[in-house]
Ligand binder design. Structure first.
Ligand SMILES: [Zn+2]
Length: 256
């Protein structure tokens, strides 16, 4: 038997932040606050139930643009082993969301325990969301411009991981960066990823590993200039310089 998931709409201004909790209809609701909700005025909202029977509070807020103090620009390469690799060397590893969960998941699946399987998947998804929030927050606080590359089909062809799982992580990260950048008044854009893996980010020559096999090499050395590269950091640097190079002639520094 299926039952529909709970959904309770809340009228504009009928819910507010009070004593560190959501206050609605004379009752307090404890929420996991990863946004700093006390800084916002609530507009319309709803309480939503997920498949696990857990409730979430979704709210539209009035937000003023708070100019970021961040400076400079950063490029991001989306990937498989690491969901994202930044041109400054920071990485967000995909496997960390699953760590310690693989065995539990296998046991639950073998015993056809659907409820348990769902619960573990939900926990993994929550971990990922939390990590993506922290990761995107750091970038938005630190930089004045963020450029993210699209994902090549060549990369996807290399993985056994479900595309939907990877898409979820990439999609969430882009969405978070998009709204957080807008809120902070900094530039966010997506750049096409062409030759970003093969170009040396130090000298520009096309000296990187080639083809699908080349994607197995995580580190390489440029035969032209001798620079040593982490493959993904190099790609992120190329994404960044491509975007900046294309932008310079026509667009100036955004006025806040
Ligand atoms: Zn080089």
């Amino acid at each position: 038997m299926r039952r529909s998931l709970g959904w309770i709409p809340v009228n504009t201004s009928a819910a507010k932040w009070k004593n560190g909790q959501v206050f609605h209809n004379g009752r307090y609701f404890k929420v996991w606050d990863s946004f700093g909700l006390s800084n916002y005025k609530f507009r319309s909202a709803s309480f939503n139930e997920d498949a696990r029977g857990r409730w979430y509070f979704n709210v539209v807020v009035d937000a003023e643009v708070k100019p970021s103090v961040g400076q400079g620009a950063v490029g991001i390469d989306l990937g498989l082993k690491d969901v994202a690799t930044c041109s400054d060397g920071e990485k967000l590893e995909n496997g960390r969301f699953y760590r310690g969960m693989e065995d539990k998941l296998a046991i639950a699946q073998r015993s056809r325990n659907k409820k348990r399987t769902r619960a573990i998947h939900a926990k993994i998804a929550n971990r990922r969301k939390d990590a993506l929030h922290k990761f995107s927050r750091r970038l938005v606080d630190q930089y004045g411009e963020i450029v993210v590359g699209d994902v090549s089909s060549q990369k996807l062809a290399k993985t056994k991981m479900a595309k939907s799982v990877l898409d979820a992580g990439w999609g969430q990260l882009k969405t978070m960066l998009d709204y957080k950048c807008a809120h902070a008044g900094i530039v966010f854009k997506e750049a096409r990823e062409s030759y970003t893996t093969r170009n040396c980010s130090a000298c520009g020559s096309l000296s990187g590993p080639q083809g699908v096999n080349g994607l197995r090499l995580r580190d390489w050395e440029c035969v032209t200039c001798g620079a040593r590269h982490d493959r993904d950091v190099n790609a992120a640097r190329n994404i960044l310089s491509l975007a900046l190079g294309h932008e310079r002639p026509e667009v100036g520094i955004p006025v806040l």
